[in-house]
Design a protein around this ligand. Structure first.
Ligand code: HEC
Ligand code: HEC
Length: 479
């Protein structure tokens, strides 16, 4: 057992009791809900514990209609109209004349945020494959049946921290980019030097609700259930946006107001507008009113004045006056949260187990928004399954990149709403299997000071009978 240490043993001992006491239905549990089960004990309500011989398995992406993609309920007519028009802006494909590049990872927001509907995460088939040209080769870590990925380099050549996004493609050879000659970064050398880390898109459904959770609620929740958290080794801290914290580690250009940042894999960004501005420049190379400078200022590769995207003060219609960046933020702010599938006995049991083993200590089931200017967002439940805190996830998930107060091993508790209809999991999309995503939470050792905060909870999870693991996986696929 690589997690051996006194505190964890204690946690484990009491936690074992916890599992035993918290799941009294175990002894009379039916196994009928375990899919693909081949045992003959399919009668319900037996009086003995039945351990199915089949290992719990993730049944994969939930079928049926996407439980996301539409507007929030309760929007005004005007807000609904803006949502519809902003959805179009979010999916619009851009070219060099519109400011795309000179370097980019794709040519539309909706290309990466695509599944199960506009605003989601990576589709099963990677749209980045379509970006190959005579000039741009497909890096080895991008494949047709793999996730959309952005790439960060961990270190600069001189060994200092980098952490910034290095775009995969250039506008060279593309429509409207005559005269521009740019080479891609030498990704394969960086791969050989173990200097690349990946991030996959996080979905933006319900993001307006996340934006409106008061800081005080996040901090109060951080202080809740302290006894169990301490016992299981869970700490967690808010990723305050402080002046002096930097994304690239090289320059200091993103100081802020000292409130809780919450978007992105490391909770590195404060708001949807800020994320929209950053993504437009970083993912698509379109400079804008929030990020005014081109990331690559090669003169022969500029085909539009800077910033590429801006407000149109002379527009006849109000909506047309908004910059693209504002429209993206509107789309995301008004996007409805994912709708879970209806409960089954198995998903209900899984939900209880999720709390009993301690997943919910980080994946907080629900918050409530505050007194928000937009009525549809005001005093609303936010069933996101995240505490919005960053946790030390150990060396197994570590990416070596620091953002704000989030260190090299830290990640925001990933919101789990919508995971039922997701293909790829974890920050780098390393797996499409929820069981593996759970196991990846466990790494490191208290003795070396690098234990994942989730180690205690995953030990508990692994003690569960397969039927209860199956219920938990079914619950996750219902979200
Ligand atoms: C090349 C693919 C790609 C494109 C294009 C892209 N994104 Fe993303 N998006 C990502 C990745 C990867 C992340 C996670 C980044 C991170 O946390 O480091 C992300 C995260 C986000 C988030 C954070 C959501 C959350 O709750 O964490 C928002 C908001 C967002 N993107 C908005 C946009 C907008 C707006 C556009 C268009 C301007 C856009 N993205 C274009 C890949 C993409
Ligand atoms: C210590 C806090 C913590 C605990 C406890 C915890 N998680 Fe997580 N979980 C995280 C963090 C942080 C991530 C993101 C890690 C990453 O991507 O590197 C995550 C990611 C996930 C993901 C992938 C989501 C995505 O968007 O890709 C799933 C699924 C998940 N957790 C389920 C669970 C389950 C089930 C349990 C209980 C058995 C659990 N977690 C316990 C913090 C926790």
């Amino acid at each position: 057992m690589n997690n051996s240490s006194l505190p964890l043993f204690c946690a484990l001992a009491s936690a074992t009791m916890l599992v035993a006491t918290a799941t009294p239905v175990l002894s009379q549990q039916s196994t009928t809900q375990v899919p693909q089960q081949t045992t003959t004990s399919t009668t319900s309500t037996t009086t003995q514990t039945i351990q199915p011989r089949v290992r719990a398995t993730d049944l994969g992406v939930r079928g049926g209609a996407p439980g996301a993609g539409g507007p929030l309920t309760g929007l005004t007519d005007a807000e609904s109209a803006y949502f519809a028009a902003s959805t179009e802006a979010f999916t619009e494909v851009e070219d060099a004349a519109e400011g795309l590049g000179p370097r980019m990872n794709l040519d539309s927001c909706g290309g990466c945020h695509a599944f199960p509907a506009v605003g989601g995460s990576s589709p099963e088939t990677n749209p980045q494959m379509g970006m190959a040209t005579a000039n741009d080769k497909m890096p080895s870590f991008i494949s047709a049946h793999g996730p959309v990925r952005e790439v960060r380099f961990v270190r600069n050549p001189d060994g200092t921290p980098d952490g910034g996004v290095h775009d995969l493609f250039t506008v060279t050879g593309r429509e409207g980019a005559d005269g521009c000659t740019l080479a891609q970064p030498d990704f394969e050398t960086q791969v050989a030097n173990h200097n690349v880390i990946f991030r996959i898109p996080t979905p933006v459904f319900g993001a307006g609700l996340i934006e409106q959770i008061p800081d005080s609620a996040i901090i109060a929740n951080q202080a809740a259930n302290t006894g169990r958290k301490v016992q299981l080794g869970i700490k967690g801290r808010v990723n305050f946006h402080l002046p002096g914290s930097t994304i690239s580690g090289m320059t200091n250009n993103n100081g802020n107001d000292g409130t809780v940042a919450r978007f992105g894999w490391k909770a590195q960004n404060k708001s949807l507008l800020l994320f929209a501005g950053e993504a437009y420049n970083v993912e698509m190379g379109v400079s804008n009113e929030l990020f005014q400078s081109e990331r690559d200022e090669t003169a022969s590769c500029q085909f539009k004045a800077v910033p590429n995207d801006f407000s149109h003060l002379d527009a006849a219609e109000t909506f047309d006056a908004f910059s693209d960046t504002e429209k993206f933020a509107l789309f995301m702010r008004f996007a409805a949260p994912p709708v879970p599938s209806s409960d089954t006995p198995s998903t209900l049991r899984g939900k209880a187990t999720f709390t009993n083993v301690g997943c919910a200590l980080c994946h907080t089931p629900s918050f409530t928004t505050g007194n928000t200017a937009v009525a549809a967002l005001r005093n609303q439940p936010v069933n996101l399954y995240s505490d919005l805190l960053v946790h030390d996830m150990g060396p197994g998930l570590a990416d070596g990149v620091s953002q704000g107060q989030a260190g090299p091993r830290d990640f925001r508790t990933a919101p789990l709403w919508g995971v039922g209809q997701r293909y790829y999991f974890l920050h780098d999309g390393r797996t499409n299997d929820l069981g593996q995503a759970i196991q990846a939470h466990q790494s490191g050792n208290v003795r070396f000071g690098n234990a994942s905060e989730a180690n205690g909870v995953i030990l508990l999870y692994n003690l569960l009978p397969e039927s209860q693991k199956q219920d938990l996986l079914n619950f996750l696929r219902s979200l």
